[in-house]
Design a protein around this ligand. Structure first.
Ligand code: 3PG
Ligand code: MG
Length: 397
């Protein structure tokens, strides 16, 4: 990979309008942000630009509104949070491109911040539309991408925009790319990964590739339900993805071929609903009305054992429905064990993904890992050595 184009530290950006692509795609529940890690991470960068007296125009998406306005996914509610953390005025504008915004971007004072509405309210964002990107580019003089977690998307505010404005890789983005590249090239074996969460179809493809590089793959979270079901167990009303049997079969076969151990839960925590009591069950005791919401004790012990034997650990995806305390035990214990071994056994631990970070934060282990990436899909894809469209456009020619 060639080097990324970075903004010259000595360049005078006073009064310059900087379009800063950030990832404010934070987890929300009932309109409230449940984890601010992604916001926190970008604050020092914005502060630096404020100090340099630039005019900062923040561009982000929130959720997947599929090109339509969806009030629930408005970035409006993020503005006061930013304002609070920056200790500086943040203007919100309920559009994300067009003449009014160009006007506004010119009017804000040096050191002020303008947050644009969810960029994915526009269809052309996800289609990487040329005209749209051209219009968006007019909102600034310089474009900086600090949204590593969006760099696996060939979207207009990540890719096409760079063809219409002087564009650079931000510090955070460069840092993430460097850490992951170092990890793929120099990871000390045994390397184990813990993959969980519920975005099954997006991760199963990546798993197929990870098999070749890892000695152990541990599957947890809703993803594991597919494997549990495939092994012939009843999973009751648990979340799973239909018609993935061939894919699962393929993963199992690839693991065998590559000498990679595949570990799936052997006991689970179930409940009749999110509100009802949690119950520990072995796989053969799951009833039709049960929902699997966390991993069980035996599984946790098995994971401990693998963590103890590993020199490098990657973690992406929580072990259960960690948002509720009673289903967060698996994720908490994994986070604590990794933290412990990172300190005492010089384990290299890397975690990534919005939900994973939220779970790690909840467990109080945020500072216990070697590196935490705010990205999910981008993190895994880069680990795989894939070329990320948003990174490619920022490479030095
Ligand atoms: C993420 O949360 O993974 C990034 O913000 C990208 O969002 P997406 O998966 O909806 O493209
Ligand atoms: Mg994602």
């Amino acid at each position: 990979m060639s080097k990324l184009k970075a903004l010259d530290e000595n360049l005078n950006i006073t009064n310059k309008r900087i379009i800063l692509r950030v990832d404010l795609n934070v987890p929300m529940q009932e309109g409230k942000v449940t984890d601010k890690s992604r916001i926190n991470k970008v604050i020092p960068i914005i502060k630096e630009l404020i100090n340099k007296k630039a005019k900062i125009i923040l561009v982000s998406h929130l959720g997947r509104p599929k090109g339509k306005v969806d009030e629930k996914l408005s970035l409006k509610s993020i503005a006061p949070i930013l304002e609070n953390l920056l200790d500086s005025k943040v203007y919100f504008f309920n559009e994300s491109y067009g003449s009014e915004i160009i006007e506004k971007s010119k009017k804000i004072k040096s050191g002020e911040v303008l947050l644009l509405e969810n960029i994915r309210f526009n269809k052309e964002e996800e289609t990487n539309g040329k005209n749209f990107a051209k219009e968006l580019a007019k909102v600034g003089d310089i474009y900086i991408n600090e949204a590593f977690s969006c760099s696996h998307r060939a979207h207009a505010s990540v890719c096409e925009i760079t063809n219409h404005i002087d564009s650079y890789a931000g510090k955070l983005l460069s840092e993430e790319v460097n850490v992951i590249n170092m990890l793929t090239n120099k990871a000390i074996k045994p390397v184990s990964c813990i993959i969980g969460g519920s975005k099954i179809s997006t991760k199963i493809g990546i798993l197929t590739n990870l098999v070749k590089k890892m000695q152990n793959i541990i599957i947890v979270g809703a993803m594991a339900n597919n494997f549990i079901k495939y092994k012939g167990h009843n999973i009751g009303k648990s979340l799973f993805e239909k018609n993935k049997e061939n894919l699962l079969k393929d993963i199992i076969k690839k693991c065998e071929k590559n000498n990679c151990k595949l570990i799936i839960p052997e006991d689970v925590i179930v409940a009749k609903s999110h509100e009802s009591n949690a119950q520990l069950k072995s796989l053969n005791k799951i009833e039709d009305t049960d929902i699997i919401l966390d991993i069980g004790e035996n599984t946790i012990n098995k994971i401990y054992n693998i963590i103890d034997k590993s020199k490098t650990i990657l973690w992406n995806g929580p072990a259960g429905y960690f948002e509720l305390e009673k289903f967060s035990i698996g994720s908490n214990k994994i986070a604590k064990k990794i933290t412990e071994n990172t300190k005492s056994k010089s384990l290299t631990s890397i975690a990534g993904g919005g939900d994973t970070i939220a779970a790690i934060n909840k467990s109080g282990c945020y500072n216990g890992f070697t590196y935490i990436s705010t990205a999910g899909g981008a993190f895994l894809e880069l680990l795989e050595g894939k070329i990320l469209p948003g990174i490619k456009v920022l490479e030095k020619k």
